[in-house]
Design a protein around this ligand. Structure first.
Ligand SMILES: [Zn+2]
Ligand SMILES: [Zn+2]
Length: 97
């Protein structure tokens, strides 16, 4: 019985490893895709206006006013869930969240 278990382990032991590697790969690819969306130079509001994703932002979490991504505070690294459209004021969802 023990030998059988050992044979089964040697024959099939690589399968969980492959599954774990695939899961890690999928997680990495999803993180890369969301980072690419966050770094896109423009975002579109619900009415189709183009809003730059780089500019002057005042962080609502720490109060720091800095220039950088409108999705993330350059001081405390807080992520913002949305930003107002620069044309009409509609909120634009953070595409990476
Ligand atoms: Zn902040
Ligand atoms: Zn708009």
């Amino acid at each position: 019985m023990y030998a059988l278990a050992l044979v089964a382990y040697l024959a099939l032991g690589w399968i969980p490893g492959v599954v774990l590697v695939l899961l890690a790969l999928v997680g990495t690819l999803r993180a890369l895709a969301s980072t690419a969306r966050e770094l896109a130079p423009h975002a579109l509001c619900g009415r189709g206006h183009v809003t730059p994703t780089y500019g002057l932002v005042r962080c609502s979490a720490c109060g720091f006013t800095g220039e950088g991504s409108v999705w993330r505070c350059s001081h405390c690294d807080a992520a913002y869930g949305h930003t107002p459209c620069s044309t009409c004021g509609l909120s634009i969802r953070n595409p990476s969240l």
